[in-house]
Design a protein around this ligand. Structure first.
Ligand SMILES: C[S@@+](CC[C@H](N)C(=O)[O-])C[C@H]1O[C@@H](n2cnc3c(N)ncnc32)[C@H](O)[C@@H]1O
Length: 333
């Protein structure tokens, strides 16, 4: 079989001294935190793929079922010669369904902070869909970034953000991120986004506390990564994974509990944890449909259609950009 040429990679972001500063700042708060974006080194990205297959993790399977049921309608809404820009594309597993239903796509632009995983996934996709130009961008998607120029001039940009990754952001940060998406989509653009819904907290807690312990490995892996990349000395045996649903904020909180009083250092700075104290590593906010529609509206997106599963566990939304609400900074299309 002929091997395809590697896809051209646009790099806008590498981990830098500002990442160490961000980690140190998070660990210096009264409630110690580490941003979930540090989960995704190669091992973290692979563990996330395993989480998606877990029986308790209803999110992926439910979102995929909604997508399978609606993909023809979605393809029609997207229309011909769009550029599909995926925020936080990971392994692009969910995107394969969409790509196989969009015959005349101008380009597929997967955007992710996890460099090696992104490049591998993009090359694999390019081999499997040789008629589609795949243009990966390594970037922190919370900041506006320059889009690559496809060979075919796109008629419009579609921002795709599956997996309810939007839930990892506080409502204020999610609002700001929707603003970045509005900017990247441009005036004629659209947004297709997966949003996890509020439901029985027991179902949610089970999804983040799987019996095989994969989520625990995923959570602890962030410490291993910080040890390796940011000169730290976390002792993983002194931490335990927990995930707790907070009804007041409508969110899961992933924590790393300290099993004993101890010290650790990061970048030469010493931190102390008491027994039972914990580091927050991720929030995953769950929304009522109306709550999300209001937020998207404020960012300049008009709802076209929302699909859910029969049990209203998960939702997939299609929005058109409201041309009258051109965001500050202008379009990047
Ligand atoms: C929850 S996973 C979702 C992966 C995939 N979209 C899915 O639905 O299965 C989140 C993805 O977003 C990426 N990511 C997280 N924070 C990011 C950031 N600030 N900038 C760019 N990518 C980010 C991670 O590397 C990871 O691949």
């Amino acid at each position: 079989m002929k091997t395809a040429a590697p896809v051209p990679v646009t790099k806008q972001e590498e981990f830098s001294s500002s990442d160490l500063e961000e980690i140190l700042e998070g660990l210096s708060q009264a409630q110690k935190t580490i941003s979930p974006k540090y989960f995704y080194d190669q091992t973290g990205s692979k563990l996330f793929d395993q989480i998606c297959m877990l029986p308790e993790y209803y999110l992926t399977r439910t979102e995929m079922q909604i997508m399978r049921n609606s993909v023809d309608e979605i393809a029609q809404l997207i229309g011909p010669q769009a550029s599909l820009i995926e925020f936080g594309s990971g392994s692009s597993m969910k995107t394969r369904l969409l790509l196989s239903h969009l015959n005349d796509l101008a380009a597929y632009v997967p955007v992710d902070i996890s460099h090696d995983h992104l490049v591998q996934a993009a090359n694999k996709l390019s081999q499997d869909f040789p008629h589609i130009e795949v243009l990966p961008v390594v970037a922190d998607f919370t900041q506006p970034f320059q889009l690559p120029s496809p060979r075919i001039m796109p008629r419009r940009n579609l921002v795709y953000f599956p997996g309810s990754t939007i839930g990892n952001f506080s409502p204020d940060a999610a609002q700001a991120l929707l603003g970045v998406m509005r900017q990247e989509a441009g005036a004629d653009g659209a947004l297709l986004i997966g949003v996890d819904l509020k439901k029985d907290p027991a179902i949610i807690e089970e999804a983040y506390n799987d019996s095989a312990g994969i989520t625990a490995r995923f959570n602890l892996n962030v410490l291993k990564r910080i040890n390796r990349e940011f000169s730290a000395n976390f002792d993983l045996r002194k931490f335990e994974h927990r995930a707790v649903y907070d009804e007041k904020f409508g969110r899961i909180e992933m924590q790393l509990h300290s099993l004993c009083a101890h010290e650790f250092t990061v970048g030469g700075q010493v931190f102390r944890l008491a027994e039972g104290e914990f580091i927050v590593t991720e929030h995953s906010h769950k929304y009522a449909l109306d709550e999300f529609l209001v937020m998207a509206g404020k960012a300049g997106f008009d709802l076209t259609r929302v699909w859910t599963d029969p049990d209203q566990m998960f939702s997939v939304h299609f929005y058109q950009c409201n041309p009258l609400s051109e965001p500050a900074g202008g379009s990047n299309s």
